[in-house]
Design a protein around this ligand. Structure first.
Ligand code: SF4
Length: 359
């Protein structure tokens, strides 16, 4: 049926229903404020490319070059010099890095395959991995040796911000003698050269995000409702038998639903003896993993907060992507998108114009 298309924001209920039913046919210029907001949300990079949840490495990629990150979303495949179509991130050194991470994990823990039937099941396993890591620390009885756990999932929205994160912490160390809790990030290197300061900076940010997420978990600053909403999970669904068996085998017998598992995690995390005291990056040589270069550093909370505010602008679609500054132009030489990058072209033209003016 034909309706009058409203051009104002104050409707009565009937008008609203008619309006909502015909929303798809209404031209952009007369969309309601709320619909515009909805459209903006659906169109922003956070929802369009990440379904509302960022991985911690998204922030590292963003710090490296936001424009490159956007190109990766838009054009994830490239034609290499041999004429093969490749995923941009499928570089040999990246695959080698993944395999070294796995080797390190297997040094101290075993992997078990578990069949999942629902999304809730697979999140039940993620929560179990976290529960086991924290329970292991709480029950550690070798008081003269540090406790180590690797590849622990983590999630949360730092400082109650609008961005929601998920990630995997490479290593958590707890030393019972000193009550020190440390988060470590492994990075593999193709050569023994010192990483550039900009590379180290992105790695430090990554560690600081993990530290903050872990500390918020330990301090009980996690919103249960938000967790289920963001991951689109039904908290009261009964987990499959395969998952419940796994919980039972690990000694957690009171679990039936994802919500039970979540509550147990929060309860255990709250019993942790300390929040994180240290952060470190361990660089490992790909060709010889016994070669290591370790860097420890303090947390810079203000820097992280400022960075998150800037990041939000991009992810929430409030500003366009930015490429690298002229002093970081060295990054462009390894970039798969350098031939098509409009930011690079614009900066290079700007630079030439300035040079001409000086001459
Ligand atoms: Fe970023 Fe440079 Fe690549 Fe452009 S060419 S996407 S500015 S790294």
């Amino acid at each position: 049926s034909k309706i009058n298309r409203p051009i104002k924001d104050d409707f009565d209920d009937d008008e609203l229903v008619a309006y909502a039913e015909n929303l798809e046919n209404i031209p952009e210029k007369i969309l309601l404020k709320e619909d515009r907001k909805k459209k903006d949300i659906e169109n922003n990079p956070l929802y369009k490319y990440r379904h509302g949840i960022l991985s911690v490495s998204d922030i590292s990629s963003q710090i490296w070059c936001e424009q490159q990150l956007t190109y990766k979303f838009l054009y994830p495949f490239i034609l290499n010099d041999d004429g093969e179509i490749k995923r941009v991130d499928d570089k040999i050194h990246m695959l080698r890095g993944t395999s070294l991470h796995l080797d390190r994990e297997l040094e101290i823990q075993i992997k078990v395959s578990i069949e999942c039937q629902t999304r809730e099941d697979s999140y039940g396993i993620r929560l179990l991995n976290m529960i086991q890591a924290i329970h292991g620390l709480l029950t550690w009885n070798k008081l003269d040796q540090p406790y180590i756990t690797r590849e622990m999932p983590i999630f949360g929205n730092m400082y109650e911000g609008k961005l929601y994160f998920r990630g995997i912490i490479d290593e958590i160390n707890y030393d019972p003698r000193t009550n020190q809790l440390e988060v470590v990030e492994f990075k593999t290197r193709a050569s023994k050269t010192t990483p550039k300061p900009q590379q180290t900076y992105t790695h430090k940010i990554q560690v600081n995000i993990y530290r903050t997420l872990l500390d918020e978990l330990i301090q009980g600053q996690v919103d249960k409702t938000l967790y289920f909403q963001r991951f689109n999970l039904e908290p009261t669904t009964i987990l499959s038998d395969s998952i419940l068996n796994q919980y039972n085998q690990c000694g957690f017998t009171q679990i039936n639903t994802l919500e039970n598992a979540f509550d147990l995690l929060i309860k255990l995390a709250f019993q942790m003896p300390t929040i994180t005291t240290n952060g470190a990056i361990e660089y490992i040589l790909q060709s010889d993993p016994t070669w290591k270069n370790r860097k420890e550093f303090d947390r810079d909370e203000n820097n992280l907060k400022e960075l998150l505010i800037k990041s939000e602008g991009y992810w929430l679609g409030k500003r366009e992507a930015e490429g690298v500054d002229i002093e970081d132009a060295y990054k462009c030489q390894w970039c798969d998108y350098k031939e098509m990058c409009t930011w690079r072209e614009e900066k290079s033209n700007e630079f030439s114009r300035k040079k001409r003016r000086i001459n």
